[in-house]
Design a protein around this ligand. Structure first.
Ligand code: C2E
Ligand code: CA
Ligand code: CA
Length: 597
């Protein structure tokens, strides 16, 4: 009968031992041993098995008192075998009855492992895995309990879970955990009708840090930054590392977009102090931040992430380092899909037009040139800004067609002015995306040959940031264009961090100071210094200087005083249709240089 106590354990424990037991029993029987002998030997073997096992094995009477316990039980629960004997099982397993009371006994006992809490002698609690079976002894029954301390297992599981949800380098939550937290935040926000903000951060020029100083330094920087970011946020916010130099900050509860912006500014401040990466290595690092809001920009985690990403991309490619999501700048939004679908047709239908903004020669006080700017009046959406549709055309792959149209329009217009005896030169913008397109120079060359226009009347404006994207390739592309005899101008100067030594190597004719500096010319000492030094720099390089964004007479006077060559801006005139430009020239006091008869 007692043998039945342990047969269950044998089943559970080791089929190898069970096989050994069977073999031994048949061997003893073969040698003529009695049943009592066999049972005695079996009991002995089983006693040894129970003693040898790593798990605690206990027998418990129906009144809950422990009868016997093995050495592992002593280890597991910290009570000696003597202390365990006669002790209520509830002392070591306070929830034991949950598994054996009448309600649960059928589902708990003999039904596999259960996890519960164990108590040690000195009152420590630990997770324990138990298996219970019942052995009948006459009318009475006895519980056999096998218990295993799973503290280590749980610890390992926790570590694995942590690893799966956190970034190894910084210890911050990773993309998976962030997504989960966003889901939670959105669910709560929906119920409580509050606003959630998500910021994505990307370090500026982190690749350079890695490439020039090594990955070790890059890693130190990221770790240091992780600590700073954690300090900058509230306990209820989450900062996560998404990979590389990309971080995210979730603000599960903000008042509005303005407050999110303030938080972003605080995060920006984190970068104000240089990073001290070793005794003699201090690094200044900047970052770009994109912000998306729930519910304004989307109502699920994926959409909010996508919007923050679009905003971050905008911040990265512009001069404003904190950008809020703007659906009009998102090529994935419905409006953008509509635009890219209809732009091509609009070119064919001549809904795209070119307007011309006069440029004033400051020393001669004559209109010497104009900038051609594309205009699109959409039949349903109304006026669409070129910033929007050009970016759209770039992303939708129709920028070539648009550029082709620009070239044709420019050459037609120059021909017309030539026919009117007007000595106007014309500047047009070349998309950054097309600078390295070999076909552009060839196309333009072919077109120029079809018009009786002196190539030097045409200027191509190329943004400084386009030149800096791949300086060497840009230099080659510019050479090819310069060979056509046209002029080349560097647009939005001051926003692209080009160096003097680099500019010297380029076949440039003109430099346009970005309007943001011109706007600040009168009020900001810094901007004043930048404008002044840019003019000097350009002159030293033999370049003509144009200031754009000239909005007041004071600007004109100051620029003339600084010996800037040309001014362009609303104070002189906004862009005009060809007809209006003609009228403006006739009615204004400004004269236009005329081709000498
Ligand atoms: P951009 O080349 O920097 O052109 C100057 C922009 O500044 C124009 O905006 C012009 O209207 C604006 N502007 C001129 N004077 C003032 C001023 O005094 N104050 C202010 N606040 N703004 C002034 P627009 O026409 O909206 O063009 C925006 C951008 O779109 C252009 O910037 C250019 O990069 C691009 N773009 C326009 N037309 C074309 C085109 O035909 N092809 C390409 N690739 N890009 C174009
Ligand atoms: Ca321009
Ligand atoms: Ca510009």
């Amino acid at each position: 009968m007692v043998q039945a106590d342990y047969s269950y354990l044998l089943r559970q424990k080791s089929s190898a031992l069970a096989g050994y037991q069977r073999r031994m029993v048949s061997e003893l029987q073969r040698r003529g041993a009695t049943l009592a002998d066999v049972q005695g030997v079996e009991l002995d073997v089983m006693g040894k098995v129970v003693e040898a096992t790593f798990d605690a094995v206990l027998t418990i009477k129906s009144d809950g008192r422990i009868v016997k316990a093995n050495t592992a039980a002593e280890r597991t629960f910290g009570h000696s075998i003597e202390q365990l004997s006669g002790l209520s099982v509830l002392k070591i397993l306070p929830h034991y009855n949950d598994f054996t009371n009448k309600e649960h006994i059928h589902c708990a006992v003999g039904q596999g492992h259960r996890e519960t809490i164990g108590n040690t002698y000195d009152g420590k609690q630990f997770p324990v895995d138990i298996v219970i079976d019942i052995a009948r002894i006459g009318a009475d029954s006895i519980h056999v309990l096998v218990a295993r301390d799973i503290t280590e297992l749980r610890e390992q599981q926790k570590q694995l879970e942590h690893q799966a949800l956190h970034d190894a380098l910084t210890g911050l939550p990773n993309r998976v955990l962030l997504a989960n937290r966003i889901e939670h935040a959105l669910a709560l926000a929906e119920r409580n009708k509050n606003v959630v903000a998500l910021m994505l951060l990307d370090l500026d020029r982190f690749k350079e840090v890695n490439d020039t100083l090594g990955h070790h330094v890059g890693d130190l920087l990221l770790q240091d930054l992780a600590l700073r970011l954690k300090d900058a946020i509230r306990a209820s916010d989450t900062v996560a590392r998404l990979g590389g130099d990309e971080f995210a900050i979730l603000l599960p509860m903000v008042e509005d977009e303005k407050q999110a912006h303030e938080m972003a500014s605080r995060v920006m401040d984190v970068f104000a102090t240089p990073f001290q990466l070793s005794e003699d290595l201090q690094l200044e690092v900047g970052c770009s931040i994109g912000i998306a809001m729930y519910p304004t920009h989307g109502d699920d985690a994926a959409k909010i992430m996508q919007c923050a990403d679009v905003a971050m991309y905008a911040a990265k490619s512009g001069t404003i380092k904190i950008m809020h999501y703007d659906s009009t700048k998102d090529t994935n939004s419905l409006r953008q899909l509509t635009l890219s679908g209809e732009l091509r047709q609009s070119i064919q239908d001549k809904l795209l037009t070119m307007e011309f903004q006069p440029q004033l020669d400051l020393s001669q006080q004559v209109i010497c040139s104009v900038e051609g700017l594309a205009r699109w009046r959409h039949p349903r959406l109304g006026y669409v800004s070129p910033d929007e549709f050009i970016k759209n055309a770039e992303q939708a792959g129709i920028i070539r067609e648009l550029t082709q149209w620009t070239f044709v329009r420019a050459l037609e217009q120059l021909t017309e002015w030539q026919n009117q005896n007007l000595n106007l030169s014309l500047a047009i913008n070349l998309s950054a995306k097309l600078l390295q397109d070999n076909q552009v120079a060839d196309q333009l060359k072919e077109m120029l040959s079809g018009y009786a226009i002196r190539p030097q009347l045409l200027t191509l404006e190329i943004t400084e940031s386009a030149l800096m994207a791949d300086p060497e390739a840009a230099r080659e592309a510019l050479k090819k264009l310069a060979n056509l005899g046209i002029k080349l101008s560097i647009d939005d100067f001051g926003t692209g961090y080009s160096s003097l030594s680099y500019l010297q190597k380029l076949p440039l004719d003109e430099l346009k100071i970005d309007k943001s500096f011109v706007f600040g010319l009168l009020d900001s000492h810094n901007d004043g210094v930048i404008v002044r030094s840019t003019i000097d720099l350009a002159h030293n390089l033999g370049l003509t200087v144009v200031a754009e964004g000239v909005e007041s007479l004071e600007h004109i006077e100051t620029l003339a005083h600084l010996e800037c060559d040309i001014a362009q801006g609303f104070c002189i005139s906004p862009s005009l249709t060809p007809d209006l430009l003609n009228q403006w020239i006739l009615s204004s006091n400004r004269t236009v240089a005329r081709i000498a008869a």
